[in-house]
Design a protein around this ligand. Sequence first.
Ligand code: GCW
Length: 711
Amino acid sequence: MAVLVAALTILVWPNIAAAEDGYRLWLRYETLPAAEGAALARRAGAVETDESADPTIAVAVAELRRAWPSMTGQPLAAGGSGAAILIGTPKSPRIAALRLDLSGAGEEGFVLREMQDGGRPMIVIAANRPTGALYGAFHLLRLAQAGTLPDRLNVVERPRVKLRMLNHWDNLDRTVERGFSGQSIWDWWKLPTATDPRYVDYARANASLGINGTVLNNVNAKPDTLTAEWIAKAAAVADVLRPYGIKVYLSARWSTPVELKQTKTADPLDPQVAAWWKAKADEIYRAIPDFGGFLVKANSEGQPGPQDYKRTHADGANMLAAAVKPHGGIVMWRAFVYSEVDPEDRAKQAYSEFKPLDGKFADNVIVQVKNGPIDFQPREPFHPLFGAMPKTPLVMEVQITKEYLGFATHLAYLAPMWSEVLEADTFAKGKGSTVAKVIDGSLDGHELTGMAGVANIGSDRNWSGSIFDQANWYAYGRMAWNPDLAADTIATEWARQTFTRDPSFVQPTVQMMMGSRQAVVDYMTPLGLTHLMATGHHYGPGPWVDDLARPEWNPAYYHRADKNGIGFDRTRTGSNAVAQYAGPVARRFADRRTVGDDFLLWFHHVGWDEKLPSGRTMWEELVARYDRGVAAVDAMQAHWERLAPMIDAERAREITQFLVIQKQEAIWWRDASIAYFQSVSGRPLPQGVRPPAHDLEFYKAIRHPYAPGHH
Ligand code: GCW
């Protein structure tokens, strides 16, 4: 029997060991080619510290000790006399003795330096604080894995943004709003006693990117979140994440005290309400001493808020801010608001409500603004609030999970979209006032700065629902650390760690990633169209929908197509949303000659027969864009057919299958959209264009009652 088991183990184990299900993300630490591994082992053969009693240094050392031998193929030396990695802060006598200049590292950054220490060659990871040292360790491992370790290390890095947050839209029953990667990673039911080992790997992955905060629960929050029972659960998660430098935050429902029957009102100016929140904050901080604070969605999409009591967002935010202030906590107040009774262009409403509140928020409030004025669409212009609230720190919120970009089955690399927004010039203080400078605080001199990403992490073995969606998590973290990092640089480092460094794989893969988001724009919402997705779950096309209770839930509200033309006039002759942007931006958007293709129909209503710069009419161009989108997916499939054999079969197969889904659905989007817009425009299909496979009624009848992520 024992022999049989042993034989089976030998047969089976190598396969298990080689299994690539994506669980390891970009932290794979594969053994390097022999010569490179040996060279790395010569540069450091041991990992040393004086500070192993510090929990953060301890996890950094553990990571290095796990990764280094795995990459070099050689065991670590027990210690002693050879070359080594030395990690720590100036509290360590050995680090202090090196007299490194750590001023460039700030509170959370690090210095990586190769130098002699008592005659021994050392890779030194030094930081002012343990968290910085942890980030330095991960940076070293990133360079080593990606094969980009310079001959003589000399790196100084610090994050440009202070709060680098994930927002989980995770519900207490473990469903995830807009989650496409299984259940919530938080197994609430078994918490606080049982903590899933995945929490540690989650923390490692986030720390490897410098993510330092996580909001555990959905912004559409339940009052139960703030009961003693749930605080204990959050505290257990916080305990696991703490060594990795990650603080826990909670989304708070405005009406919590009333719904828990502990106050009669939720009026922010009522002293009893303020006292309740203060006591609640004290209770939370007893359980989670480093609790980050609250995230609030108020008076938005049916959520309660201070306006229910005729108070402002600032009244509400400041009351909560006072409750957490003595503990060093903050309040992130979302500006994602639009009203069911306000007939004003939805794209204008957040600005109209929040701009007048600039200067009225307490100093531990940060207003969280989505990247665009509508809602995480495949392409939106930057939100007009960026640059318009100089006295208020603004967080930029992006959606890593792809609610509107094909869930987890369409390949869409989002970093180019985020760069597009970060690089956009608001002209708030003249040329060069980019959104990145608003976000990193440099434009208006804010210390409190942040980025928030709606997480795409779930219980799926591969964490994000697909391998390529891991890149979106990765890219978000890297850009929150440094908003100027280029999308293709990030894709390259991700691909080299995640798959292989073979340039004949990496280069075309990165190229494919870089074009993928534009492909989605083209086959879903080309030329500045927006929000044409099917109702509720937002999967697939629904441009014909015009009968929902609220006007701004209808795709027809956004595209405004009729027999004459298509597009939303947001110039002076229309809603005048352009006026919310600074002069030069407003003028560019308002002018048909300068607005450009990307935002044409976002800002203009264009006649079907009008000629565009391409020489095509509006109608012909629209059709051509849908075709271009499908062709781009064809090209991705062709690329991938050639690339797939270069990686493991397991991940390759998933990617191949998902591209088949994407192809089918790109065609669905194209056909349904062309069928619909043709029914409105009445124009014939341009010569040589393939007619939709079915008639419009066929597409209108498609239902997806079980699409994931919609609760
Ligand atoms: O994108 C929309 C989503 C809602 C979400 C809302 C928000 C959490 O469709 O599911 O609610 O935005 O950001 O609050």
